[in-house]
Design a protein around this ligand. Sequence first.
Ligand code: KG4
Ligand code: ZN
Length: 333
Amino acid sequence: MSITILAIESSCDDTSAAVCKDAKILANVIAGQQVHEQWGGVVPELASRAHLQNIVPVVDSAIKQSGINPQEISAVAFTRGPGLIGSLMVGLSFAKSYALALNIPLIEVNHMQAHILAHFIDNHPTFPFLCLTVSGGHTQIVLVKDFLQMEVIGETLDDAAGEAFDKTAKLLGLPYPGGPLLDKYAQQGNAEKFHFAEPLIPDFNFSFSGLKTSVLYFLQAETKKNPPFIEENIHDLAAAIQRTIVDILLKKIEKAARQFNIREIALAGGVSANSELRKRLKDLGKKNGWHTHIPKFEYCTDNAAMIAITGYFKFLKGEFTTQQIEPLARYHL
Ligand code: KG4
Ligand code: ZN
């Protein structure tokens, strides 16, 4: 008998629904939310309202695209956390009602675990592997021992890597979310023109708030001398900032790989869409003899396909939840 999972993701500002049948993704529909751009960041209340508007049409189109009959769905998986509580509540309430209506089981999914398991959609790292998970809210190095057995061995002490991209992009006058734009500007820039200090953080932990402050002070001093400094140097500034963030990330994953003696290395989360990070991780992998696993673009940023595949592995283990379940804004691996 085949297993068909309907999955819902609503942890931040993307409403997504996916359908998978025996680990094969049949549909993955994502509705973004433009409403936040004018505010320079995600406004939680506006995100919840947009999820409410999007959830029914998004699920409907995922089911239609997949070609399945709703009666075939074996279970409904949803993101329990971490994320914005109001946003999570919309996806969770929808999933509960759907499961109740069809009288099928519910599966709760940790969003960070799902980013990692997105690798099993069409690529297969072997266990144990190390995953560098870099998103807008988290930066972690995770030792992945099995599908549902993971240990965080290092994480950020302050801002996440995605936040470092978004906040420094904002200092350059770029709109939210600045990460992808900073990546674009950096492609025509000279990363050697400016240098920003890297923090000295022990173990496998990260810190990005110092970079944001040093970029701020540097830009304040330079624009005082030359007001159009940012516009004149935007490409080189973007390239230097991006290089610094990628350096910080790669040094730690290299250190972890050496210490744990693991050559199977994966990248996950929204920042894994960054072109320099993708390229330099591949190069570092070649140098060190690693198998590097870099996700397809469509599975880097938030999507329900990763919730569906995680739901599938949990279904196989019989890990179901009840209608009493509540969302978790903070949810450790
Ligand atoms: O995983 P994700 O979609 O959402 C969270 O769970 O947080 O990650 C979103 C983050 C944002 O900070 C966004 O700016 C960043 O990923 N991002 C990028 C790129 N594409 C997305 N950062 C740098 N370069 C990119 N190309
Ligand atoms: Zn995410």
